[in-house]
Design a protein around this ligand. Structure first.
Ligand code: Z5A
Ligand code: MG
Length: 232
């Protein structure tokens, strides 16, 4: 992997912002950990992030909701998931500007895909997206692609809200809509990786995508984009 050396003419490039998405048990957390290790072994600064971040006050409310200890209206909890990302923005931007690549386990796409899969918000995709407009945009979304049947072979669902087959199938449809919208917009590239392969095979595919993303971020010197925001 090419690691650009900073100099006076060539200041330290920003880090890349890589987001992992996919349905339940597709292997996101497994691959985020492996990717961070791989990048650090190659001499690159890299850091993992995850959403929901259950360690904050907002994240604690989300955690109580996901564990069914707390009932919340669908729009309210959607706003909490979004707030949980907005509260992370200063850290996210600072980390990228210091040249550290961020590998993020779920992001706004999960936010919109899960909320808009609920009957009350089924026709509210645009409202769901609007809460996250302007967040830092990923340089790449890695979608770990697996069928519901394959994912279910990895063990039964846990006891959290949303861990049900019908919900997960609807979520997958919503992810597909979001991918098509991003494709039409042309700013955030999605990469579909066959997540039904072995852990090593999945990792191999991911490493190639991420190495090329990091190189293009370094070469283009483009600042971090704004998610779903119309360009002026
Ligand atoms: N949610 C939301 O509603 N709104 C939002 O804005 C956000 C999230 C951000 C909690 O998320 C819930 O929040 C989630 C979406 C919603 N609800 N659901 N479903 P979470 O990220 O905390 O969820 P999680 O509990 O970590 O599950 P997960 O992320 O879906 O799993 P995963 O990270 O994709 O998979 P994994 O933990 O890496 O692997 C699962 C198992 O498969 C494990 O035993 C691995 O060892 C095994 N595995 C992994 N890779 C492989 C391969 N290649 N082969 C075989 N076995 C494998
Ligand atoms: Mg996970």
């Amino acid at each position: 992997m090419i690691v650009q050396k900073p100099s006076t003419d060539n200041p330290k490039p920003r880090g890349a912002f890589i987001v992992f998405e996919g349905v339940d048990r597709c292997g996101k957390t497994t691959q985020v950990g492996l990717l961070v290790k791989h990048l650090m072994t190659a001499g690159l600064a890299a850091m993992a992030m995850n959403f929901p971040d259950r360690t904050t006050m907002v994240g604690d409310l989300i955690n109580q909701y996901l564990k069914s200890k707390q009932e919340l209206d669908d729009r309210s909890v959607h706003l909490l998931f979004s707030a949980n990302r907005w509260e992370a923005v200063p850290k996210l931007e600072e980390t990228l500007s210091e040249g550290t690549t961020i590998v993020c386990d779920r992001y706004a796409y999960s936010g919109v895909a899960f909320s808009s899969s609920k009957p009350n918000l089924a026709t509210e995709l645009e409202w769901c997206k609007s809460c996250d407009v302007g967040l830092p945009a990923p340089d790449a979304v890695i979608f770990l692609d697996i069928t519901q049947e394959q994912a279910e072979k990895r063990g039964g669902f846990g006891d959290e809200r949303y861990e049900q087959s019908d919900m997960q199938k609807q979520v997958r449809k919503q992810f597909d809509k979001l991918q098509k919208e991003d494709e039409a917009d042309g700013r955030v590239p999605w990469h579909f990786v066959n997540a039904a392969q072995t852990v090593d095979e999945v990792q191999h595919d991911i490493n190639k995508i991420v190495e090329s993303t990091i190189s293009s971020v370094q070469e283009s010197k483009k600042p971090v984009g704004k998610l779903w925001k119309a360009e002026k």
